[in-house]
Design a protein around this ligand. Structure first.
Ligand code: 2AM
Ligand code: CA
Length: 265
């Protein structure tokens, strides 16, 4: 049997320690490499942070599975038992260029059910946390249940790329949405954007392609406060697959899905 209280305490102390190490790294020179393309960055801190988490998890919970962006985890074919889905630094481009707007993201799944979600804004020392069925918090403040909002009053997050010609979506689809909402934002960290939706700072966030570690924790947080999490077609996300991601307040999610994305319900 898993002692969830003890596990939660461990995650919190590891996250705080990892955050401390990342903040400390601002004083030293980063080693920056590129991955799939010249804008896909990874630093020695991404790797060191994931390594730190995986070492601790393997030592304390040898029977748990780990899925991590930087490859220190396991090759997973299924979600069985307890799985940690980790992005050590979500928003690496921001980490490198801005030293802010990045987060540590950890989702802990029991089978396919998200149980604990943590998104830690390292620079502001803000921990967004949700425990399934037990509420969501920003540090010690409980996050209220999300209420619907109209399109005209909504602030939504999306990358400007999706309203220019691209190979993932017809760029004319989202232009009317951008015109009709109160405002758009783009923070460049999916985890943080999802934490902001959970906290009510954003009303919706949509993006064409994320990896499981980008959305695993955010999904748990948003669902815990009554928000809706799906892909761009309105389908459930599989935490083992890459996918488009579309999250939002209840009501608003449905309106965007049916009126703008033209998904038939
Ligand atoms: P990262 O910083 O951990 O790589 C920025 O657009 C957001 O999308 C970030 O959350 C970033 O996560 C993620 N991201 C960037 N490139 C990606 C890719 N090729 N596949 C999936 N997610 C990506
Ligand atoms: Ca990352």
């Amino acid at each position: 049997m898993t002692n969830w209280t003890e596990l939660d305490q461990n995650v919190r102390s590891w996250i705080k320690e990892a955050g401390e190490r990342i903040r400390h790294s601002f004083q030293t020179e980063l080693n920056i490499k590129t991955k799939s393309n010249r804008n896909d960055l990874v630093t020695d801190m991404d790797e060191a942070t994931e390594h730190y988490f995986t070492e601790n998890i393997r030592q304390t919970y040898p029977d748990h599975q780990i899925l991590g962006e930087e490859g220190y985890g396991d090759e997973l074919n299924e979600l069985s038992g307890i799985t940690w889905i980790i992005d050590p630094i979500d928003g690496t481009m921001n980490f490198v260029h801005q030293q802010r707007n990045f987060a540590i993201s950890i989702g802990i799944y029991d089978g396919s059910v998200g149980q604990l979600g943590y998104i830690y804004d390292v620079v502001h020392d803000e921990l967004y946390f949700a425990s399934k069925g037990k509420g969501a918090y920003m540090n010690d403040t409980k996050l209220p249940t999300l209420k619907s909002v109209s399109i005209a009053d909504a602030v939504i997050a999306l990358n400007a790329l999706w309203v220019t010609e691209n190979n993932r979506i017809d760029h004319t689809i989202l232009a009317p949405l951008v015109r009709d909402v109160r405002g758009t934002r783009s923070y460049g960290s999916a985890a943080m954007e999802m934490a902001y939706v959970a906290a009510g700072r954003l009303d919706s966030y949509l993006t064409m392609r994320l990896a499981p570690w980008d959305f695993a924790a955010g999904k748990i947080l948003i669902e815990e406060v009554g928000g809706v999490v799906s892909d761009l077609k309105g389908e459930t996300l599989n935490p083992l697959n890459k996918s488009s991601v579309f999250v939002g307040k209840p009501g608003l999610h449905e309106t965007i899905l049916t009126k703008y994305l033209k998904v038939k319900k």
